[in-house]
Design a protein around this ligand. Sequence first.
Ligand SMILES: NC(=O)C1=CN([C@@H]2O[C@H](COP(=O)(O)OP(=O)(O)OC[C@H]3O[C@@H](n4cnc5c(N)ncnc54)[C@H](OP(=O)(O)O)[C@@H]3O)[C@@H](O)[C@H]2O)C=CC1
Ligand SMILES: CC(=O)[C@@H](O)[C@H](O)COP(=O)(O)O
Ligand SMILES: [Mn+2]
Length: 389
Amino acid sequence: MRRVSIFGATGSIGQSTIDLIARDRDAFNVVALTGGQNIALLATDAIRLGADLAVTAQEALYSELKAALSGTGIEAAAGAAALAEAAARPADWVMSAIVGAAGLAPGMTALEQGSTLALANKESLVTAGPLLMRTAAVHGATVLPVDSEHSAVFQALVGEDMAAVERIVITASGGAFRDWPLEKLADATVEQASRHPNWDMGQRITIDSASMFNKAMEVIETHEYFGVAPEMIEVLVHPESLVHALVGFRDGALMAHLGVSDMRHAIGYALNWPDRDHLPVARLDLAQIGQLNFRAPDQARYPALRLARAVMARGGLSGAVFNAAKEQALDAFIEKRLKFIDMAGVVEDTLTRCEAEKGLIDAEMTLDNVARADQMARIRAAEIIAAAR
Ligand SMILES: NC(=O)C1=CN([C@@H]2O[C@H](COP(=O)(O)OP(=O)(O)OC[C@H]3O[C@@H](n4cnc5c(N)ncnc54)[C@H](OP(=O)(O)O)[C@@H]3O)[C@@H](O)[C@H]2O)C=CC1
Ligand SMILES: CC(=O)[C@@H](O)[C@H](O)COP(=O)(O)O
Ligand SMILES: [Mn+2]
């Protein structure tokens, strides 16, 4: 039986992962499930899957979780230390599906145990890509991409020589406001930004899709995971979200990965890797679809893409600053303290201000220094947001 743990089990990716595992329950020994606020779902799934341990990141919710698991024999725990302890428990396969920078530390701990890390948490690569990949290499651990575009690229590269790769194209739906007139974006609401045209995802990544910060992070993710130069990475707007990525080779061939917009594709690929197994996803009927559309991203509409290029050019800990500023800006938008169109400006100004913090960006990439850059960026971003009101 394979030992599996799921970090972020109560979220969109976590639930899709549980759906696949629950269908083949006898094949898996569930070591740990983790969540945040949603204690009822965490406890229900821990009981359903017979997990050894359930952890909530929220210390204040410990008693609620303990009560929900009372009499089941499942251990309950809470807080950051408990998350770290869960990540240190031996597991063969670990799903990293916490949202935000909080996903980095448990993923690093899992890699230190030599676990295979199925990585949905793109923030890990944006904030500390070289550190994460180095940790995997040092401990003989494997990182498997779960983000749909990166899973698609990974699959298109099977059996290929990276030296023959000329370019990597990741597609973008264009988000909720793809066809809105630019001047209307100033009035975009949280509710409107939280409706993705194709994917059913958590609220934060859905809004990031609307602002194109999701794709900006994915460009950095591509750079860090596949080790390709920034200029080899392209973004292509594809409103249908059926072609997930394409890899161009030096002979001009372009290998595309297609599939329905269902994350169980990418999760299942990582779960069955290096094999392929049946997956309960709908099959694509191209004759019925008839037509697929593509266009270049409008740089004026999506300033986040330019910021991602600046971050890759700058290197060091600028990815941690970029991500933390984006998280602060997103919080402020969700809490109606910031306009949708002002998020990119907050991130850009935070990058500029953090550049002036002596030694911050150029500090050695360690977990402590990444956390320091993250904290400083959050402070600066909060100041910028407050000043903008
Ligand atoms: N959803 C998707 O289709 C895709 C998602 N991703 C990436 O996967 C990750 C997860 O996304 P998604 O599933 O949509 O997110 P959700 O918001 O749906 O779920 C997030 C999960 O993380 C938990 N969580 C939230 N904050 C914290 C914290 N501070 N510490 C520990 N746990 C926390 C939540 O707990 P609770 O809900 O109980 O509070 C929940 O289990 C993100 O990095 C996202 O970018 C990548 C590609 C596609
Ligand atoms: C499913 C997935 O991988 C998301 O990251 C998706 O890419 C979001 O859609 P956008 O293309 O709109 O960012
Ligand atoms: Mn994606």
